[in-house]
Design a protein around this ligand. Structure first.
Ligand code: UT7
Length: 326
């Protein structure tokens, strides 16, 4: 059996920017509160005519180019998104058409902010067992179209963007060494968008209640997020046969700087080994880890031989952890 590893990465995001000062004009908030409570200074925001698959496509094409592969080499496209272009077809299938990956199967994974780790966990075993050779895993979100800009508790956090990874066979000792995904649907109402589905449908009442927008119990989610990410990180490091001291870089889902800091301190990892871009990007859900990974590869923070720990947590609730040797 072969190992599955990352062969190339890419990212894309809208040029539009929403600053904390912009948000001060929309809701009762201020730059000082947002900065100290979340670490966020700005986030990217799609224009009305921009949508999820466009960013996923741009990120995917960049990842393919860096992997030295063509769209037709790809066997499966897994698009992690909670903000699809439309309910059907899947955004994965739409991206397949946009990049011309004629030999692939395109699909979506709905696992909120943990979606990228869900995607790489799924394709890792398909590559390892030889069922497929090359996979594209994309985290793509236009969250700002699902954000209620009358709710200061959620609207200050989320931003838009996409990150993509091409995965394929790598030599022994490299690639994904341990990965695991988990969920607990009992926490459904901590982060959810109840409207628009088969339960409530789309009615005048759901629209008046703003049920199509994200609703979040941020404070409760905070504690579960820290515990879940720290625990699964420790478990994956142990499974891979490493300790926290062996890790070169931790890339957590960029949910909130205070969550990142709390996970790092629970794990006992020094701040300089923990990557953060939340000040510029905000929380881009499933896109946050692949965007951050791409930045680290481009800047040389991740290099040949680096041992990298990924961990995510999101609505569902869902969480996951992955240890990768580059
Ligand atoms: O992506 C994965 C899933 N999402 C998460 O993991 C998000 C996790 N949660 C969080 O990031 C934080 O809980 C938030 C940033 C959402 C909120 O921060 P917090 O420190 O947990 O604030 P809080 O909800 O406990 O609210 C504290 C106070 C409240 O006022 P009172 O009741 O103490 O008077 C809120 O009304 O802060 C108020 N508040 C705000 N004030 C100014 C809430 N949002 C804002 C705001 N500006 N934007």
């Amino acid at each position: 059996m072969v190992n599955a590893g990352i062969l190339g990465m890419g990212q894309a995001y809208p040029s539009g920017i929403l600053t904390n000062a912009d948000l001060e004009r929309l809701v009762d908030t201020n730059d000082e509160w947002i900065t100290t409570r979340t670490g966020i200074k700005q986030r990217h925001k799609a224009a009305d005519n921009e949508y999820t698959s466009q960013f996923g496509t741009r990120a995917a094409l960049q990842a393919l180019e860096r992997a030295g592969l063509k769209p037709e080499d790809i066997d499966i496209i897994v698009c992690a998104t909670t903000t699809p272009d439309q309910i059907m077809p899947s955004t994965g299938a739409l991206i397949q058409a946009q990049i011309g990956a004629i030999n692939a199967a395109g699909m979506d994974v709905f696992a909120a902010c943990s979606g990228f780790i869900y995607g790489i966990t799924m394709v890792e075993s398909m590559i390892r067992t030889g069922q497929i050779k090359y996979a594209l895993v994309i985290g793509a979100e236009v969250l700002t179209k699902y954000v209620d800009y009358t709710d200061r508790g959620t609207c200050v956090i989320f931003g838009d963007g996409a990150g993509a990874a091409v995965l394929g066979p790598v030599p022994e000792g490299k690639g994904i060494l341990a990965t695991k995904i988990k969920s607990d649907g009992r926490y459904e109402e901590q982060l959810y968008a109840p409207g628009g589905g088969t339960k409530l449908g789309t009615t005048h009442a759901t629209i008046e209640n703003r049920d199509h927008f994200f609703k979040m119990k941020g404070n409760e989610l905070f504690k579960v997020a820290v515990r879940s990410m720290a625990d699964i990180s420790a478990e994956m490091l142990e499974k891979a046969g490493y300790s926290v001291d062996d890790v070169d870089l931790v890339i957590p889902h960029q949910a909130n700087q205070r969550i990142t800091d709390a996970v790092a301190s629970r794990l006992g990892v020094p701040d300089e080994k923990v990557y953060s871009n939340i000040a510029e990007m905000g929380n881009t859900s499933s896109a946050s880890i692949p965007i951050a990974m791409d930045e680290c590869i481009q800047s040389g923070k991740i290099k040949e031989g680096s041992l990298v720990l990924l961990t995510a947590f999101g609505g569902g609730v869902t969480w996951g952890g992955t240890v990768i040797r580059f």
